[in-house]
Design a protein around this ligand. Sequence first.
Ligand code: 13P
Length: 234
Amino acid sequence: MIIAANLKTNFTRKQTTEYIDELESYISKNNTTQDVLVFPATSSLNPHEGKVIVGAQNAYATNNGAFTGEIGLDHLNEFGIKTILIGHSERRHVLGESQQQLVKKFNFYKELGFKIVYCVGEPLEKREAGKGEMMNYISAQYEGIDTSYENLIIAYEPVWAIGTGLTPTLEDIQTIHTDLKEKSTAPLLYGGSVKVTNAKEVLALNNVDGILVGSAALNAQHFCSMIQFAEDIQ
Ligand code: 13P
């Protein structure tokens, strides 16, 4: 399974290094075989060798150039980064990235063979508008995306569940994952208020191939427990 930590705007480079070291030592001590991904803040990126795959939370669709505040491929290459998160709800809804911009970014990093974790998910008003409207909204987030790309991982993250402590019911997660698997056979992660207290149940669901964890992943011990849950289930 794939157990991923999105560290968002947390942890300095020093804290991130200590965090990843703690995960590495857990993984080697326990011989865990899960795919563990960590997405640090951009300024906390560092070259890393080990079992943990370090990815970027964002980068512009360029090698370099005049895009103030953004980084490009040259900067990722400096740290050996070959994995990127695209379409996270905070980038869509807080930073205003459009589907068109995301598609451009997706295609750029796809051409380079990057592992792409592509996020989809509906805001509360779409969920409350009924299943048809909700699925139409999510389907639009698949537009322009090569769903058969071999290095694609999809993360379903309902916007209203991110950082709120709210989650869909287990039944809801399983139903929507089953529907989304019809759009793409890529591994499908669930994200949104996954905690050490609910991760085991979520990971055990059909069509859940892993989890993308935000705030609860900041506790390295909790995150290691989640890696262990996945190991035990497999
Ligand atoms: P939380 O786990 O804090 O809800 O965040 C989820 C998320 O956005 C992961 O990308």
